[in-house]
Design a protein around this ligand. Structure first.
Ligand code: MN
Length: 722
């Protein structure tokens, strides 16, 4: 077979851009190559929390295949009921496939997979440019688009998340739509439909972009190209691919329809009919459900259901603490899309020029629109605008170069302009040295915990640690990166920030009620969906189970000798030192009166490792100074004694030594000096008495309720005795 020089050049440019994209992602690897605490099992650990979710699913699939080659039982035995392992998710399935296929370790696959898959974005970029016989524009756009700021951030090595294909797939869709509309070749009907299938499989929220593309094609057809039978075929096959049915059913329908198109010439009238059928099938199968579901959430939020309304508890919501959803400054927005404000603005000009010269590029508007949504909707959307604006800039560079007199000047200008646009992005990559989620020490403790705990046991920990704990220890958790509503967080926050006796009881209660709730949901699936039954929070269930109708009374009753539910499994508490930094945030979720929704007084909790010591005083920053001579504390203009001063450190034989000096009982504040961590903590009495401070910082766990099973400077793990 002979390849045209165009084809050879296309392949060559794709290879160049692909390896450039990989090479840029290896800068992080180079920076941290000797950094032991980022390694586990001889490989770098990942640097995104959510990645551990997909990793858990992939691990269970891989392990299931080894342990249960019997195909029938395989799916049930992959993981434990209610452990939330995503064994059917696309990311987990694809990862397991690569782990089986490639000769690399599981850790190696999940660490490098984002770099390789996300770099595939250069293919649709270059193929789109090929449509305009402008491969140089494709190369320049691919170089920039594959490594631009936010795309890099969300697809770097170790950023193991669905983002690794979230731009590749819609860009392939754009490529196939552009070629379909422009060439009317049959194969693009199939490519478009298959890409929708793949995109929906990979990222179920993809429907919004699919709808947008479909809407544009519909508008284009009605306005410019009403008589063209091809457009109706394209829309019909897209609708079949977008039905709300099992992916294999849709695949069958799509392939069937395509074969029929190939075999039989259809009249315009017949195609109207087919489009009607496709639209009906789309509607009846519930194709609009995802969008309708979102609308319902907004419009009918307060509609009364037939079910019991319960106590109407008021929980603190995570949205109140998440910053991502906020509005972002223009400069950040521009940087994240193009690397620099100037590059961004020139790219916009180039993009407008590109739209003007090649009208078919109007089909890229949904991607740009979704990217610009970041300006109001949150940072993570910017990546959608990256490749289309890269195409805009590349087009402008080539257009300017073309107007220069000599070939030499043209190449010189194009190279210089491309390097100038790449430079701020390279600077960002070089400076963006994000750490791994966990340290090697923490992971060793979790692996050790996994060895002693059963796969049905629970580990109580703040939600930030949920996915990694499940991945490394294969246990269950109460909350994680996806399950952290105010209602889910309340009991865990309560456990970590309250005295050990009530914390222990709440730990047992919440674990048992959580499992009971899952069983209840399994049993009443239909009634719950129809809103005939409400699933109440575990805390509300406990309140009622103990005969209270006021949650505050129930929480008070925890201090008495209440009868706990039957123990069905072991419970562990994961108390990492790093939680010290987020203790006030953790406390927010239980520092609220659930009956009224009123926030209680904020705990006083001040942590610093930046302090200055002189012979007479210790300056803790923020206007807080300790007088070493008389032990008095100044906060701004107030002077007060300390309630107690506690110092803790590891001695030379790594025993943890805690010394306590009492001050004035009238004072509310205690100062803790964690010498081994070079850190001071100034805190009120309630915080001082909390399980976290007592057990994790001072090693004073209550032996009536807990047994210490793991103790390292980075994390303490307790086992619940009740
Ligand atoms: Mn499991």
């Amino acid at each position: 077979m002979e390849f045209s020089s165009q084809t050879k050049k296309t392949v060559f440019y794709i290879i160049v851009a692909f390896f450039f994209s990989i090479a840029m992602r290896l800068v992080w690897v180079y920076h941290f190559s000797g950094y032991e605490s980022f390694f586990h099992n001889g490989q770098f650990m990942i640097n995104t929390n959510d990645g551990y979710y997909w990793a858990e699913g992939a691990r269970d699939i891989v392990r299931g295949v080894v342990e249960n080659p019997d195909a029938k039982e395989y799916l049930q035995k992959l993981h434990q009921p209610h452990d939330l392992s995503p064994t059917t998710s696309a990311a987990a399935v694809l990862t397991a496939f690569f782990v089986k296929l490639l000769p690399f370790s599981f850790e190696t696959v999940i660490f490098y997979l984002p770099a390789f898959l996300s770099s595939l974005v250069v293919i649709p970029i270059i193929l789109i440019a090929k449509k305009f016989d402008n491969l140089e524009m494709g190369l320049i756009a691919a170089l920039l688009g594959s490594i631009a700021w936010s795309y890099y951030n969300r697809t770097m090595v170790g950023y193991y998340d669905t983002d690794m294909l979230n731009i590749v797939l819609p860009m392939l869709l754009l490529w196939s739509i552009i070629w379909a509309i422009d060439t009317n070749q049959d194969r693009y009907l199939l490519f478009t439909a298959l890409d929708i299938l793949a995109y929906r499989w990979w990222y179920p929220q993809s429907y919004s972009l699919e709808f947008a593309f479909f809407g544009l094609i519909l508008a284009y057809t009605l306005v410019f190209d009403r008589k063209n039978t091809y457009n109706y075929k394209l829309m019909a096959i897209m609708l079949f691919a977008m039905m709300n049915l099992d992916a294999f059913v849709r695949l069958g329908v799509v392939v069937g329809v395509f074969v029929w198109f190939k075999k039989q010439e259809l009249s315009l009238k017949a195609l109207y009919g087919l489009l009607g059928v496709a639209f009906t099938a789309f509607l009846v199968s519930g194709g609009f459900d995802p969008i309708w579901g979102q609308l319902k959430n907004y419009v009918f939020r307060d509609t009364l259901s037939k079910a019991d309304q319960g106590l109407g508890l008021h929980f603190f919501t995570v949205m109140q603490t998440v910053r991502e959803a906020g509005k972002i400054p223009f400069e950040t927005f521009a940087n994240r899309i193009s690397g620099h404000v100037v590059v961004f603005l020139i790219s916009l000009v180039g993009y407008a020029f590109l739209l003007y010269k090649h009208r078919v590029m109007l089909f890229s508007l949904p991607l740009l629109g979704l990217g610009f949504l970041a300006y109001v909707g949150g940072l993570r959307f910017t990546i959608y605008a990256v490749p289309v604006l890269a195409l805009g800039l590349a087009f402008l560079i080539v257009e300017i170069a073309k107007r220069l007199p000599t070939r030499k000047l043209q190449i010189l200008f194009a190279t210089a302009a491309t390097l100038a646009a790449l430079y701020p992005n390279y600077r960002h990559i070089d400076a963006y040295r994000v750490p791994t989620v966990f340290s090697a020490g923490e992971v060793r403790s979790l692996v050790e915990l996994g060895g002693m705990a059963n796969r049905e046991d629970y580990v109580v920990a703040w939600w930030d640690y949920g996915y990694p704990i499940r991945y490394y220890a294969d246990v269950k958790t109460l909350i994680d990166g996806g399950k952290h509503s105010g209602a889910d967080n309340f009991p865990v926050s309560f456990i970590l920030t309250h005295p050990q006796d009530v914390a222990a009881k709440m730990a047992r209660l919440d674990v048992e009620f959580t499992e009971k709730t899952y069983d209840f949901i399994d049993k009443h699936k239909k009634a719950i969906e129809d809103k005939n039954i409400t699933v109440f929070s575990t805390i509300e269930q406990m309140t009622k189970a103990y005969g209270f109708d006021d949650t505050n009374d129930f929480l008070d009753a925890l201090q008495t000798d209440i009868k706990l539910p039957k123990k069905t499994r072991d419970v562990y508490l994961y108390l990492p030192y790093r939680m010290l930094q987020i203790y006030p945030t953790v406390a927010l979720f239980s520092n609220i009166d659930l009956m009224t929704g009123k926030r209680k007084k904020r705990p006083f909790f001040y942590v610093t490792s930046r302090f200055q010591e002189t012979p007479t005083q210790i300056n803790l920053g923020n206007g807080i100074v300790l007088d070493k001579q008389d032990g008095m504390l100044s906060i701004g203009k107030n002077r007060m004694p300390l309630r107690r001063f506690v110092s803790a450190k590891y001695d030379s034989s790594m025993h943890y030594r805690v010394k306590e000096q009492m001050g004035s009982l009238k004072s509310p504040l205690t100062l803790i000096y964690l010498a081994s961590y070079h850190t001071f903590v100034l805190l009120d009495e309630a915080s001082y008495n909390s399980l976290y401070v007592q057990a994790a910082l001072l090693d004073r766990y209550d032996k009536n309720y807990f047994e210490k099973v793991i103790d390292t400077p980075e994390v303490k793990i307790l086992k619940l005795k009740i």
